[in-house]
Design a protein around this ligand. Structure first.
Ligand code: SF4
Length: 358
């Protein structure tokens, strides 16, 4: 794309590449091979998640699912187990669905064009561009959150980045700055610059390789870019989660529906009404009685649209350890001391960990 109204981009691009040569992150595990499958998995994991957090999850995931065929053949439960703790679980479901589609419809060959890659569930233009840049050194711009922030500041782009006009302008700038050669390195370089220098809070402008031409910096307006949406405060909701304990220490978990919060993961039975009689609830719901009820320390868990305050309630039950009533009915008796393969939300893991300190 050529737009004569845009400023000359060569200083910006050269500055970032020179900086990357000295300071960039060169040993990321997904760059060891130019395998589009591995890069795809890493890019999906990196959405909304920092590199340092992703690396151990990525390594375990690749150990178990080293290629697209192994991911497609696995059952979703196991995939969710490997995603457990990374959050934004629809990413894992989409990854699994896309792997099956690639194996069923394309003989396991990863798609090669931007358009084909963007048609995979969970893959947008920026992710598709990054996959092609890293796996084939093909010239495609990216516009993830880091790049949006750098370009908004460098060019003092007005308007919230999620607005269509602003998006259009940012994509044009991203395209203009993307070089013809060293595309993979440039792509990593601009991601790194956003993560390490042009950070959300307290950017390190004095160490920035493009500071001399940065409009926001020269105008002392860095904090004003990118423009922020008026954030509504997140409402606080409350619930009670039951730790229904069998005589051998196993805890009853149920599988959440595939869609919605923690979709497809194993969770604790949940009550939203504090007035509800736990014993009565267990009799009606599970046909067993509880012999003691004990509230544990509350925890808070943040979702994108609300904050959840959870009161864990430990209930001893009279269920014997030989009980199999719930097996294969969307429930499992889960042994926290010897956990079976089951994807658990991070909040449920935290609650189960409370049992260790009792
Ligand atoms: Fe970001 Fe500061 Fe560099 Fe401008 S000078 S691109 S605001 S780090």
């Amino acid at each position: 794309m050529t737009d004569n109204s845009l400023p000359d981009s060569s200083d910006f691009t050269i500055g970032i590449l020179d900086w990357y040569d000295q300071h960039g992150r060169r040993n990321l595990p997904w760059h060891a091979q130019q395998d589009p499958y591995r890069i795809w998995v890493s890019e999906i994991m990196l959405q909304q998640t920092r590199v340092e957090t992703v690396i151990p999850f990525y390594q375990d995931f690749m150990h178990r699912f080293p290629d697209i065929g192994s991911l497609a053949e696995a059952n979703l439960d196991e995939v969710m187990t490997y995603w457990s703790g990374l959050g934004y679980y629809s990413r894992a479901r989409n990854l699994h669905r896309a792997a099956r589609r690639i194996c069923n419809e394309q003989g396991g060959c990863f798609p090669q064009t931007l358009h084909e890659i963007m048609s995979l569930p969970g893959v947008g233009r920026s992710t598709a561009g990054a996959i092609l840049a890293f796996s084939r050194n093909a010239r495609h711009p990216i516009l993830d959150a880091n790049v949006k922030r750098i370009l908004s500041r460098y060019h003092a782009v007005e308007g919230p980045p999620e607005k269509q006009d602003t998006q259009k302008r940012l994509w044009a700038l991203a395209d203009q700055h993307t070089p013809e050669a060293r595309v993979a390195e440039y792509t990593q370089a601009i991601m790194d610059l956003g993560a390490l220098i042009c950070r959300v809070h307290k950017p390190l402008c004095t160490e920035c390789p493009v500071a001399s031409e940065c409009l926001a910096y020269s105008q002392d307006q860095v904090a004003s870019f990118p423009a922020r949406k008026q954030k509504k405060p997140r409402p606080l909701k409350s619930c009670w989660m039951l730790l229904l304990r069998r005589s051998d220490g196993c805890i009853l978990l149920y599988k959440r529906p595939a869609k919605g919060i923690w979709g497809g993961l194993w969770s604790l039975p949940q009550l939203d009404d504090p007035e509800l009689d736990v014993n009565q609830y267990c009799k009606e719901m599970f046909e067993f009685e509880v012999t003691s009820i004990h509230s544990l320390a509350r925890i808070r868990h943040g979702f994108s649209h609300y904050e959840l305050e959870i009161t864990p309630v430990l209930c001893e039950t009279i269920v014997p350890e030989t009980d199999q009533t719930y097996d294969n009915h969307g429930y499992i008796w889960y042994n926290p001391k010897c956990p079976a393969t089951a994807g658990l939300p991070a909040a449920v893991k935290r609650i189960l960990a409370l049992l260790d300190s009792l």
